[in-house]
Design a protein around this ligand. Structure first.
Ligand code: NAD
Ligand code: IPM
Ligand code: MN
Length: 362
């Protein structure tokens, strides 16, 4: 297959982790006979420095024409002046919105490395396999903002249609898993959450009678997620709750550097990025964990290109690299930590060793 993949390295550790993921995609492409074409474009702080804008039109045009987009991270202290008119993060929000990527899938299935790396007790982590479907183009992130000398506001709005489509996506996903959806809101306080709960209840009753739906308030969800993570299958929630709960959920896996994501809309083009940020504290040192971005590349193959076998190969190779003890500093328990290059090399080596499935199939 031929595919055009737009790569947006962004800021901080973004370029370090996308370099790793592109190397893995190239290796998989070569091994399985695919022609992946990569073109790099600017986003975030790097784009502001070069063009004055966080999402230059050349980047958006390229993304619209591509089969998929792979992104590192945006942001950093040099662009974080509270008085700044343009911010790197606006570029990320704008590309998600422009491409209509309303469903952000964030799977959490801890590898056994978590037993040492996570602050959560090991017996709670065994058997955890959940996925958060985060609404990505609505809510408080995108409502009108106001600012005067002595007050500020951010409007949170959701329409019925916005809630319906993301709940449907979550239910469809649940049908391929354990058939359970937990809808998270703050319906005891927020009007948007009361609408969310009403719509989620109706969509499941009318269209997904086979799905078990439960509602959970976001504050207690934050607690249950750590106390009984095994109970959850698909969690669907609004934009900001999903952002916060998934950084929390990364502690079930052991590090932010292990969680990938896929942002999907109605079309085929999706955007794939780790859930972590630009990690300014470790940027430029070559020590970032590349596994989250490499696993995001696997999601890209699965969701945008339909290459399930190749996606599974990457996931297996990351698993095996972790099994082999190739751990970056964020997850290393004792001894020397691997750097980004060594972790990437380990995945490439494991691909060579284990991913012959496509050859058998052919
Ligand atoms: P962060 O996710 O960048 O970092 C939080 C902590 O996790 C840091 O200690 C960092 O070193 C560590 N970490 C993150 N990814 C890692 C990796 N791959 N390997 C090893 N350690 C890793 O969050 P932050 O510090 O709150 O934000 C920094 C900047 O990133 C901000 O400008 C923020 O807006 C931006 N950000 C961007 C995205 C994105 O582009 N999708 C996501 C989150 C934050
Ligand atoms: C993420 C990030 C972004 C978000 C920021 C950088 C805009 O935290 O992708 O999780 O809040 O969506
Ligand atoms: Mn986030």
């Amino acid at each position: 297959m031929r595919a055009d993949i737009v790569v947006l390295p962004g800021d901080g550790i973004g370029p370090e982790v996308t370099t790793a993921a592109v190397a893995v995609l190239k290796a998989v492409g070569k091994r399985h006979g695919h022609e992946f074409r990569f073109t790099e474009h600017l986003i975030g702080g790097a784009a502001i420095d070069a063009t004055g804008e966080p999402l230059p039109s050349a980047t958006l045009d390229a993304a619209r024409k591509a089969d998929a987009v792979l992104l590192g991270a945006v942001g950093g202290p040099q662009w974080s002046d509270p008085k700044a008119k343009v911010r790197p993060e606006q570029g990320l929000l704008a590309i998600r919105k422009a491409l209509g990527l309303y469903a952000n899938l964030r799977p959490v299935k801890p590898h056994s490395v978590a037993l040492g790396a996570s602050p959560i007790k090991p017996h709670l982590l065994q058997g955890v396999d959940l996925i958060v479907v985060r609404e990505l183009t609505g809510g408080i992130y995108f409502g009108d903002k106001t600012r005067s000398a002595d007050s500020a506001s951010d409007l949170c709005t959701y329409s019925v249609g916005e809630i319906e489509r993301v709940v449907r996506r979550a239910c469809e996903l649940a049908r391929t898993r354990r058939g359970k959806v937990t809808s998270v809101d703050k319906a005891n306080v927020l009007e948007t959450s009361r609408l969310w709960r009403e719509v989620a209840t109706r969509v499941v009753a009318e269209e997904f009678p086979d799905i078990t739906l439960e509602h959970q308030l976001v504050d207690s969800m934050a607690m249950h997620l750590l106390a009984k993570p095994r109970e959850y299958d698909v969690i669907v929630t609004e934009n900001m709750f999903g952002d916060i709960l998934t950084d929390e959920a990364s502690m079930l896996a052991g590090s932010l550097g292990l969680l990938p994501s896929a942002s999907l809309g109605e079309g085929r083009v999706g955007l794939y990025e780790p859930i972590h940020g630009s990690a300014p504290d470790i940027a430029g040192k070559g020590i970032a964990n590349p596994y989250a971005t490499i696993l995001s590349a696997a999601m890209l193959l699965r969701h945008s290109l339909g290459l399930e076998v190749e996606a599974a190969c990457i996931e297996l190779a990351v698993d095996k690299a972790l099994d082999a003890g190739v751990h970056t500093a964020d997850i290393a328990s004792a001894g020397r930590a691997a750097n980004t290059a060594a972790a990437t090399a380990a995945v490439l080596e494991q691909l060579q060793a284990h991913c012959y499935v496509a050859e058998l199939r052919d």
